[in-house]
Design a protein around this ligand. Structure first.
Ligand code: PHE
Length: 347
């Protein structure tokens, strides 16, 4: 039995030393020290020994068990440390490698112009409001005095959602006028920027999605003079004191009288041509249309429960892209939407 124990001891010590990882080490433990292990099997035979031999062998067996258990712990610590080192080597990070440069972006140029316009109007006491892009036809057309059959309601111009043409992508920001007036009593002074949608072919000056900035002022005694004053102030703040603008009579169903406001073409200086060629920016007009405006139609006021004998107002709708083109001196609208960083980073 003594030899048996000595053999188990030597073999187990050798195998533990050779074990390449924790799993192999554990296999040795189970085989030797486990409940059905070799050492346990020897101990079970103790009963066959004489009364003098038993305590002696018991001591030897316990010493072997203790030695193997100590060795096991030692090897386990060694193997764990080795595994940790290997893992660390694998996940090593070279902190001296130069980092990737993060490029700082900036606001889109059109947003910058929008911000400028907003600040100008906030300075004149306007409040910024918002309205839905998916709009009801009654707000987009009917309550703005645009009757059934009006060309702007045509399916070829407007994105409708349903067969009865009652829900659409707003074609203008003017429905916000109605939404404000039905909820708010005068005095009203609001500015409402947003996206609008029309089935336009994309070319240098058109896109199926573009931005407008709606303005609405309603109070007692508001006149066309107030309208001109507000818009001239905005244009001169934006383009400089020497900007040349003109107010031209026009027609909108929801304003009366109505006008359009143009600025002199920044590309050709109003001549309509450059070196004998038709100016590509204003198409030879000499002027660039910036916005539509007018005095709020009494029918529109009354439709929102506002007494048109007591109150009057003006409204305007600015084409933000046109405005930005003039402000930034770019002559192709598509540049604004293409998001080419080579273009955007110039502003
Ligand atoms: N909504 C008009 C358009 O899209 C512009 C406008 C707004 C005209 C407000 C008058 C008053 O052309």
């Amino acid at each position: 039995m003594r030899e048996q124990l000595e053999q188990i001891r030597l073999q187990a010590l050798a195998e533990m030393q050779e074990a390449a990882d924790i799993v192999a080490l554990d296999a040795v433990r189970v085989r030797v020290l486990g409940k059905k292990g070799e050492l346990t099997a020897v101990l079970k035979q103790m009963g066959k020994l004489s009364a003098e031999e038993r305590p002696v062998m018991g001591q030897v067996a316990n010493a072997v068990r203790a030695e193997l258990e100590t060795k096991l712990e030692e090897r386990k610590t060694e193997l764990e440390a080795a595994a940790l080192l290997e893992q660390l080597a694998l996940e090593a990070v070279d902190v001296t490698v130069p980092g990737k440069e993060v490029r700082m972006g900036h606001q889109h140029p059109m947003n910058k112009v929008l911000q400028e316009v907003k600040e100008i109007f906030i300075g004149m006491g306007y409040q910024i409001v918002d309205g839905p892009e998916i709009e009801e036809a009654s707000y987009n057309f009917t309550r703005l005095n645009i009757e059934e059959g009006h060309p702007s309601r045509d399916r070829s111009d407007t994105f409708y959602f349903n067969d009865d043409d009652s829900v659409l992508l707003r074609t203008q920001t003017s429905p916000i006028q109605i939404r404000v007036m039905e909820n708010q009593k005068p005095p009203i002074r609001i500015l409402a920027p947003g996206r609008v949608f029309r089935k336009d072919e994309a070319d240098a000056t058109h896109s199926p999605m573009f931005h407008q900035i709606e303005g609405l002022v309603v109070d007692e005694g508001i006149t066309m003079g107030d309208l001109k004053g507000a818009l001239e102030t905005m244009i001169k703040r934006l383009y400089g004191e020497d900007a040349v603008v003109r107010f031209r009579p026009h027609h909108f169903p929801f304003t009366e009288p109505s006008c359009e406001v143009d600025m002199q073409c920044f590309k050709c200086g109003g001549k309509g041509e450059i070196d004998g060629q038709v100016c590509p920016t204003c198409h030879g007009e000499g002027w660039i249309e910036l916005l539509g405006a007018g005095m709020v139609h009494p029918k529109v006021l009354e439709g929102c429960g506002i007494d048109s004998t007591k109150y009057s107002g003006f409204a305007f709708g600015i084409g933000l892209e046109r405005m930005a083109m003039g402000r930034l001196k770019i002559n192709d609208l598509r540049l604004i939407f293409e998001n080419d960083v080579r273009f955007l980073s110039q502003f």
